[in-house]
Ligand binder design. Structure first.
Ligand SMILES: Cc1ncc(COP(=O)(O)OP(=O)(O)O)c(N)n1
Ligand SMILES: Cc1nc(C(=O)O)sc1CCOP(=O)(O)O
Ligand SMILES: [Mg+2]
Length: 208
């Protein structure tokens, strides 16, 4: 399995957003360091999710970027994505691993060391850990865990920890110092005035 990219771009499909435009700006900058997670709103049909994921995968391929699908693993399989990401309301990690197969990239959400260890034992190849900071992108999240929460998980597992939730270029150094391998962002790229430049800044902060 190739090494995991450090910058995870999660598609922003809220009204008024153009996730493919953001992706087109990010790809030439981040290239194989980019992991794109296709995440759609609950009201999105499977057909719409499939169409988006198929386009994302096609855009990623020439750059060696990784394409994952959030929650809907049948869509991941249908578009030949590199893998998927699951959380507490999705298929259990072991079931997701059976669906995707041994070679797939499989991310799992874990907010504390106990859950992190169980997810890795069940077959997760990386962990999404957060929310690190306050975010307006997703409602209903627990309180932020900050760099200390990232450190607690990173010290407990041997797979890459991807910090998520309110991540900006300014917060990357402290998250890396706490043991994060990479970060996952929605707003830091989808609301950027210049997503290509924002990608370059995040990549510089993640690879220096
Ligand atoms: C990298 C990464 N980390 C965490 C999540 C959150 O997944 P989940 O808890 O299943 O919530 P939804 O994204 O499905 O609303 C993620 N998507 N990516
Ligand atoms: C989809 C998601 N999951 C989170 C979690 O903590 O599980 S935080 C989050 C949204 C991240 O968006 P932004 O980068 O704009 O804060
Ligand atoms: Mg989920």
């Amino acid at each position: 399995m190739p090494s995991l990219g450090r910058l995870h771009l999660i598609t922003d499909t809220r009204p008024g957003c153009d996730p493919l435009a953001v992706l087109r700006a990010a790809l030439p900058v981040a290239r194989a360091e980019l992991v794109v997670q296709v995440r759609v709103t609950d009201g999105t049909t499977d057909r719409q999710a499939y169409d988006l994921a198929r386009r994302v995968r096609a855009l990623c391929a020439p750059y060696g970027a990784t394409c994952l699908v959030n929650d809907r693993l049948h869509v991941a399989l249908a578009v030949h994505a590199d893998g998927g990401h699951v959380g507490a309301d999705d298929l259990p990690v072991a079931a997701a691993r059976r669906v995707l197969g041994v070679d797939a990239v499989l991310g799992a959400t874990a907010r504390e060391p106990g859950a992190a260890g169980r997810a890795v034992a069940a077959g997760a190849s990386y962990l999404g850990v957060g929310p690190c900071h306050r975010t307006t992108t997703k409602a209903g999240l627990p309180d932020p865990i900050g760099p200390a929460g990232i450190r607690a998980v990173a010290e407990a597992v041997a797979v890459p920890v991807i910090a998520i939730g309110g991540v900006t270029v300014a917060t990357v150094p402290a998250l890396r110092a706490a043991g994060a391998y990479g970060v996952a962002v929605v707003g830091a790229l989808s609301t950027a005035a210049d997503p290509g430049r924002a990608t370059a800044e995040l990549i510089a902060a993640l690879t220096c």
